[in-house]
Ligand binder design. Structure first.
Ligand code: NAD
Ligand code: TYD
Length: 345
């Protein structure tokens, strides 16, 4: 029998890719996409799915229990990924991060718990982030985050995600809810809002603008293609152990300088297009994921994140889909970047 997944935040970058991936690869799944459509939620990301009878979009806010309750009755499980997602925005104003990522998660958890006469909705997967672990030093490249690493978030975004992550685990311990948490590294791929570094740099270059590199550019991120993340979420949802955390990563660490040089070279630009700008306050130095638990227990491995091929393919998507990002970029996005970084953004 088909299972119905309630996906929160399915109109954002990972959400839209997840909905597309699940519908394409899992004929046994139906999806209800529940999204309030903030600045980063965009129904264009889901164009073409409107006529799929295994898919339904419901506009609503995760802070609204009355909107969630009837959907929980229909669903066999929840993938909760609605969030405020951008670190720089959390530095400018952390309020929406606390409301959405902390309080919103509590509302979704309670709705999931009271569903079906208190039996609960079924499995609840919280899409968390490697940023809950804070920052690693550059000096010890062999050290990576494991699921038992210290939880030490640095940014308001990361702290708010940590609250949602730990609250989900608390609902497992306290109420016996069937909760699984995934903590993933930086994603890249189509439909990413062009405030995140890869689509920002690529679309700037396509517009003949420079790319604003923070600080000395030596900060390191572990890059994973979004479809590998989607596959890992499904693996954890299907086969993960209740109450357990699964790290997800690409084993693909790159400094921002390396990443920028790769983008410049793929797009045929030189170093002169780099503009070093003021560093992000509290900028985490390095993220690195040890994903051996999900690999060994659930048999998942990244297969779409090979570098530089996957980056080349992603850049080609932004080159071929200029109408999409031009519409996105002409919104309030511009005012935000101009306020923070001046004219070059
Ligand atoms: P995104 O900003 O592109 O999408 C977030 C979505 O959530 C949007 O569609 C937005 O409209 C929706 N949303 C926000 N507030 C809502 C509310 N109150 N009610 C209903 N919907 C709401 O973010 P993303 O990059 O796709 O990230 C998705 C999730 O994955 C987040 O939870 C994020 O923390 C996590 N994550 C992201 C990455 C990454 O590299 N992007 C890595 C690890 C984990
Ligand atoms: P980002 O895409 O914001 O993801 P996160 O902060 O969640 O890792 O940033 C990725 C890296 O790129 C991070 O080290 C900050 C850096 N960065 C820049 O150098 N310039 C930029 O304009 C942005 C947005 C990010």
């Amino acid at each position: 029998m088909a299972k119905t997944l309630l996906v929160t935040g399915g109109a954002g970058f990972i959400g839209a890719n997840f909905v597309r991936f699940a519908l394409a690869n899992r004929p046994d799944l139906r999806i209800i996409n529940f999204d309030v459509l903030t600045y980063s939620g965009n129904l264009e990301n889901l164009a073409g799915l409107e006529s799929d009878d295994r898919y339904r979009f419901v506009k609503g806010d995760i802070l609204d229990p009355e909107a969630l309750d009837p959907l929980m009755e229909e669903a066999d499980g929840v993938i909760h990924m609605a969030a405020e997602s951008h670190v720089d925005r959390s530095i400018m104003d952390s309020g929406p991060f606390i409301t959405t990522n902390v309080q919103g998660t509590q509302v979704v958890l309670d709705a999931a718990r009271r569903a079906k006469g208190g039996k609960g909705v079924g499995r609840f997967l919280y899409v968390s982030t490697d940023e809950v672990y804070g920052s690693l030093p550059l000096e010890n490249p062999e050290v990576r985050f494991t699921e038992t690493s210290q939880i030490k978030p640095s940014s308001p975004y990361a702290a708010s995600k940590t609250a949602g992550d730990l609250l989900s685990l608390a609902y497992f311990h306290t109420f016996g809810m069937d909760v699984v948490v995934t903590r993933c590294s930086n994603n890249f791929g189509p439909y990413q809002f062009p405030e995140k570094v890869i689509p920002l740099f690529v679309t700037n270059l396509l517009q003949g603008k420079k790319v604003p590199l923070y600080g000395d550019g030596k900060n390191v991120r572990d890059w994973l293609h979004v479809d590998d993340h989607c596959e890992a979420i499904l693996a954890a949802f299907d086969r993960g152990q209740a109450g357990r955390v699964y790290n997800i990563g690409g084993d693909n660490e790159r400094s921002n300088l390396d990443l920028t040089h790769s983008i410049l070279s793929i797009m045929g630009h030189g170093e002169e297009m780099i503009e070093f700008v003021q560093d992000r306050p509290g900028h985490d130095r390095r993220y690195a994921i040890d994903a051996s638990r999900i690999e060994q227990e659930l048999g998942w491995k990244p297969t779409r994140s090979a570098w530089p091929e996957a980056l080349v393919e992603t850049i080609a998507w932004y080159r071929d889909n200029q109408d999409w990002w031009k519409r996105v970029k002409s919104g309030e996005y511009l005012a935000y970047y101009e306020k923070q970084y001046g004219a070059s953004a």
